[in-house]
Design a protein around this ligand. Structure first.
Ligand SMILES: C[S@@+](CC[C@H](N)C(=O)[O-])C[C@H]1O[C@@H](n2cnc3c(N)ncnc32)[C@H](O)[C@@H]1O
Length: 225
């Protein structure tokens, strides 16, 4: 079985190489952040794939997106990608339980560009709590895109809360939706079961139009009706 590994990892499929080479476009700031993360962080495999960022940026352009939920910050690469794609008055709320990777690597790189940095609001704490707080503050229906990329056991919860917070026509991107192919295996650990459950929940959900694509580590795309 072939699944597509992240484009910054080595793999042996020349067709995938061809596709990613002719898809990935990164700003110098993104290149620096990717390089520093891959060179310096011991959990570098958590870094989002740049082809996923291009897809998300394209959706943001398509739907004229301004307000983004970035669920799982790590070194800030996905937050930076969305900030680069939204207008001056847009906002990315990026959430994580741990800011050590951001403080070690991403924050100083992102802050070099004042035109982009002010668009990102990094929130420390459980993403469930951050999303619930946004709902309690009356922000339901105010967001254009949600990128789900934090702890896998909460994927369905993140999907549900994102559906609540998105406006009609908004898009949810669920990263790692194939989990290196583990979703099709008979034996599944807790994370794999949770991703599989979320994929099936999205497929059955009449509130959205969706498709699951074999790009990167799998990307489930759902447009809120
Ligand atoms: C795969 S990384 C995010 C990668 C990032 N989106 C990117 O594109 O480079 C997942 C992140 O989720 C965070 N995380 C794990 N559990 C969490 C939780 N319950 N709430 C918020 N963040 C969580 C981890 O600390 C980690 O930084």
């Amino acid at each position: 079985m072939t699944t597509v590994s992240k484009s910054y990892e080595s793999h042996e499929d020349p067709v995938i190489d061809y596709c990613t080479k002719l898809t990935i476009k990164m700003s110098p700031l993104q290149e620096e952040l990717q390089k520093e993360t891959l060179e310096k962080h011991e959990r570098r495999g958590m870094l989002g794939g740049p082809e996923i960022f291009v897809i998300g940026q394209s959706f943001l352009n398509l739907i004229h997106g301004k307000n983004v939920l970035d669920i799982g910050t790590f070194t800030g690469a996905s937050a930076l990608a969305w900030a680069l794609a939204i207008p001056e008055d847009g906002k990315v709320i990026s959430m994580d339980v741990d800011h050590s990777a951001l403080d070690q690597i991403g924050r100083s790189i992102i802050e070099k560009c004042s035109k982009t940095a002010h668009k990102i609001d990094f929130r420390l704490g459980s993403a469930i709590e951050t999303l619930d707080k946004l709902i309690a503050e009356g922000k339901s229906g105010k967001f254009d895109l949600a990128f789900i990329d934090a702890d896998k056991v909460n994927y369905t919860n993140y999907y549900e809360k994102s559906m609540e917070l998105l406006r009609s026509g908004g898009v949810i991107l669920v990263d790692n939706a194939l989990w290196d192919g583990a979703v099709v295996k008979t034996e599944k650990d807790e994370a794999t079961k949770a991703i599989d459950e979320c994929n099936r929940r999205i497929f059955a959900d009449e509130r959205s139009n969706s498709f699951l694509i074999n790009v990167g580590d799998g990307l489930h795309v759902a447009f809120k009706k």
